[in-house]
Design a protein around this ligand. Structure first.
Ligand code: FMN
Length: 197
């Protein structure tokens, strides 16, 4: 089932040349492009196919301004300049959708026995889905600017009121203009981060 390794250009676009962006040019992102992005993101694996991430694409000037008001001062101009910033949230009661998403067995009791365990599962898998979003955006030729500098309670109240959904992180999307991109920071060496047992 696995394919061939991607070529160097593809790996560069996804990983080795790709940089987090902070400034954005005027290239718009359309609704159909956001739907195309989601159609890749949704295919990434999650526990029991539970797909706990929920996404709000702040695309209109009003939605972007509303989100910008909730982020740190340093992140405000980034959100205002980006054509779209997505809020990646997670539904701690994701298990309610399992009969549809994992229909061959009732998997709800695997998760709903403990609110803490369900929330941990939702957070873990929505983080993965946020990472799929970053990589899918890069694969489609977009840049990303993930951010955790925001007031979570304010974002939750402003965007997810009465849903029980909570914010994981936010991520700007578009064509980066390279502004504010610093020289690539070091990464941990294999020996510092990994073991083969
Ligand atoms: C979950 C997450 C949260 C981040 N939060 C912020 C943030 O609030 N503000 C910011 O300017 N950069 C933020 N960053 C950007 C990181 O500093 C950047 O991705 C990292 O230094 C790697 O940069 P590179 O992709 O250019 O190598 C965040 C990145 C991630 C993945």
């Amino acid at each position: 089932m696995a394919g061939s390794p991607l070529d160097g250009a593809a790996l560069a676009q996804l990983f080795t040349d790709a940089r987090t962006q902070y400034g954005w040019d005027e290239t718009p992102v359309s609704e159909s492009q956001l739907r195309q992005l989601y159609d890749l993101v949704k295919m990434g694996p999650t526990s029991a196919n539970a797909s706990p991430a929920r996404f709000i694409f702040c695309h209109s000037p009003d939605a972007r301004a509303k989100l910008a008001a909730t982020v740190s001062a340093a992140n405000q101009p980034k959100v205002m300049a980006a054509p779209v910033t997505v809020i990646i949230g997670f539904d701690p009661k994701f298990y309610d959708r399992l009969p549809e998403l994992f229909p061959h067995v009732d998997a709800r009791p695997w998760f709903n026995w403990s609110a803490d365990f369900a929330r941990e599962t939702a957070f873990r898998n929505s983080s993965l889905q946020g990472a799929y979003l970053i990589m899918a955006a890069r694969a489609l030729g977009w840049d990303t600017g993930p951010m955790s500098g925001f007031d979570k309670k304010t974002v939750d109240a402003a965007f997810w009121a009465d849903t029980g959904i909570e914010t994981n992180f936010i991520c700007s999307l578009g064509k980066g203009n390279g502004q504010g991109v610093f020289p690539r920071l070091p990464r941990l060496a294999f020996e510092d981060a990994a073991q083969i047992l």
